[in-house]
Write a protein of this length. Structure first.
Length: 350
């Protein structure tokens, strides 16, 4: 079942990305890592969908699959922002170009995203030139406007990445992503490599740009605290699967999946008394090997609430209340700890 949302702009169905594990000189395939394991979801036009989960759960791979930078093993993914829709996984020729213009990605590390030998202005100008979106005389003016939009001056455009701070570099990366006037931005850990003081500036910038340009974001982070500040809806990922999806404030105040509860319990709230009264919920053991999935619920080896049924039966992602989807046999029976409502409803309203 594909998870619904208002006017989807991207829709996936049962999307899987399995990376081969190879051995020996002949690179014999001896196994597969199930990085994305049957993801069906929609991203609504103009929304920020937060994608959260611990390291290695497949967040980046899902983003890369939508950019066609990771090969999908099976399933479907469509871009619905144009008529006719574009089949992301099979697009060729003109459809490929339409996708390149429509969907852009901002990566975690701005230093490695930029060519060290190109000036900031040169990096922003490159996609405009390559896609012939402006005449040679117009390019400079367009680059200057983009730099202004991300809070930089024309003089920053003449500097090389090594002459810019981490926050300024990430602004250049964002300007370059906006250069093609894309409608969808996949932001993969866009602030994780930055100082805490700069993180808030970049998050605010992303929110301002979204409002000004009617952008749609897939906002990826391992940090639920960051995601809840950005997202309208949150999808929680575990071992390649979506285990909970719903409106940001509901997921944060009234989680329904035990894994979401553990992520929420790690968030620090600013009121010291409230924080002291909260309990850190640590899942048992380590994350299982994505190359050797076990039977039953993918979370059962770590879940504090697991029942015998959980060891043999995979829970499906069911709609438990309007817009809220959970993959847990005990959804609705458990009372799980969320963030106090006064700290939670921070997500941008649709
Ligand atoms: N190119 C690749 N080849 C083989 N395995 C890969 C490749 N890229 C990722 N993986 C594996 O796929 C799984 C998912 O990786 P992915 O990078 O998508 O996770 P993530 O959720 O983005 O993690 P992080 O929060 O650390 O960025 C991991 O087990 C990882 O080791
Ligand atoms: S299905 Fe069982 S093991 Fe899985 S999250 Fe729910 S209670 Fe835990
Ligand atoms: Mg990643």
């Amino acid at each position: 079942m594909t998870l619904p949302c208002a006017a989807p702009i991207i829709k996936t169905h049962d999307l899987r990305v399995y990376y081969p594990i190879t051995r020996g000189a002949l690179r014999r395939v001896v196994g597969r890592i199930r990085a994305v394991d049957g993801v069906s979801l929609s991203i609504g036009a103009g929304e920020t969908l937060g994608l959260v989960g611990e390291s290695g759960c497949g967040k980046s791979t899902l983003g890369l699959a939508l950019m066609r930078l990771a090969p999908a093993t099976s399933g479907t993914a469509y871009y619905l922002g144009e008529d006719p829709p574009v089949d992301i996984l099979r697009a060729r020729g003109n459809d490929s170009r339409r996708l390149r213009l429509a969907i852009q990605m901002v990566f975690q590390n701005p230093a490695s995203s930029l060519n060290p030998r190109a000036t900031a202005g040169g990096s922003v100008a490159e996609p405009i030139r390559l896609n012939r979106l402006a005449s040679p005389r117009e390019v400079n003016g367009r680059v200057e406007r983009l730099l202004t939009m991300v809070g930089l001056g024309a003089w920053h455009g003449r500097r090389y990445p090594s002459q810019l701070s981490g926050g300024q570099r990430q602004r250049v990366v964002i300007a370059r992503a906006l250069a093609l006037e894309s409608r969808v931005i996949i932001a993969d850990e866009p602030v994780s490599a930055l100082d805490v003081s700069v993180q808030a500036q970049i998050l605010n910038l992303l929110n301002d740009l979204k409002a000004a340009m009617n952008l749609t974001y897939l906002f990826i982070s391992h940090n639920l605290d960051v995601v809840r500040h950005m997202a309208n809806r949150i999808a929680v990922m575990y071992l390649g699967r979506i285990v909970e999806l719903g409106p940001a404030d509901e997921v944060c105040t009234a989680p329904r999946h035990p894994y979401t509860e553990t992520l929420l319990s790690a968030i620090l709230v600013p009121d010291i008394d409230v924080q002291r009264a909260r309990r850190r919920i640590v899942p048992r053991g380590d994350v299982p090997d994505a190359a050797a999935p076990h039977e039953g619920c993918p979370f059962h080896t770590r879940c504090l609430y697991a029942k015998p049924r959980c060891e043999v039966e995979v829970p499906l992602l069911d709609e438990v209340s309007p817009g809220c989807h959970v993959a847990c046999h005990l959804a609705g029976e458990l009372t799980l700890a969320g963030i106090d409502a006064q700290y939670a409803p921070r997500g941008v309203k649709p």
